[in-house]
Design a binder for this molecule. Structure first.
Ligand code: BEZ
Ligand code: FE
Length: 288
């Protein structure tokens, strides 16, 4: 294959890639090459722009570390994460909707008893969270694993803090025999996604802000049900309509109810105002 030009290069690459025995890889690479070449043709990409793109992707890779996932931020801010989530979790009406996973989930976070304080000592406004896990038939789901993670009241996750060797604002609890769960923590605030790297520069160049509305992350697993990765957002909060990563869904917005100082749901007394959240999750049964 010689003398390839702007008209013949795409077909040449597709033909070369057709040698693979992996049908799915073939399908994915064919689509990728076709769209990448169409993009370059459509915008008439210059050499300087191509170089800038390579430099950008290099910087995205270079800033990645075990606690910094710039490629996920790139996917999130380009809306790719929301697209992939949406097309992989088409569910019947009434199921709790999924949203983006984000880069701050940590494997093996600590297991807690129901009622525990998942903030593990974070300062902030106390928050009592409770709810139920059930299915579309209204049946409760006992022993569901409910993993929670959240930012603190300065908008930072534990993993973003240097030298912190304890988990704070994350943990796993298990629903009881009636599918109920409850725990306490602190109220998380809105936060900007990490924007001191190449993705931050991209947002700035596009005149976009990096903020996410206040939310609490959940990942719920139970045998016989599709895994649910989602958030619960704060009704009336800032950035609900301009989330930097396009993750907000109306059905996931709930009232975080403020209470004056006094008796708290765990039977204690708070000298300060505190918040409660009541939110039920509906899992999608896996068809067999
Ligand atoms: C998060 O909510 O943790 C998150 C999601 C996408 C990008 C950055 C953070
Ligand atoms: Fe988050």
């Amino acid at each position: 294959m010689r003398n390839l030009d702007e008209k013949t290069i795409t077909q040449a690459v597709l033909a070369r890639n057709a040698e693979t025995a992996d049908r799915r890889l073939h399908q994915i690479m064919t689509g990728l090459v076709q769209h990448l070449h169409s993009f370059a043709r459509e915008v008439q990409l210059t050499e300087q722009e191509w170089e800038k793109g390579i430099e950008f992707l290099t910087a995205v890779g270079q800033i990645c570390s075990p606690v910094r996932q710039e490629f996920i931020l790139l996917s999130d801010t380009l809306g790719l994460s929301t697209l992939v989530t949406a097309q992989n979790h088409r569910k019947p009406d009434g199921c709790t909707e999924a949203t983006v996973f984000g880069p701050f989930h940590v494997a093996n976070s600590p297991q807690y008893e129901l009622g525990s304080d998942l903030s593990n000592g974070l300062p902030g406004t106390r928050w009592f969270v409770q709810g139920k896990v059930r299915n579309m038939k209204g049946e409760v789901i006992p022993h569901a694993q409910i993993e929670v993670w959240q930012a603190d009241d300065d908008g930072f996750y534990d993993v973003q803090k240097p030298n912190l060797d304890a988990y704070q604002g994350r943990g796993v609890i298990t629903s009881d025999n009636e599918g109920r769960f409850h725990f306490r923590t602190i109220v998380p605030e809105p936060y900007p996604i990490p924007h001191d790297g190449p993705v931050g520069k991209m947002l700035e160049a596009l005149n976009r802000h990096p903020w996410r509305p206040a939310h609490l992350h959940f990942m719920i697993t139970a045998e016989g049900y599709e895994r649910l990765v989602t958030h619960v957002f704060r009704e009336g909060g800032e950035y609900l309509d301009s989330d930097a990563v396009f993750g907000v869904r109306s059905s996931l917005i709930a009232e975080w109810v403020e209470h004056p100082a006094g008796a708290t749901p765990d039977g204690e007394n708070s000298a300060d105002p505190f918040f409660t959240l009541d939110f039920d999750f509906v899992l999608n049964a896996i068809e067999r």
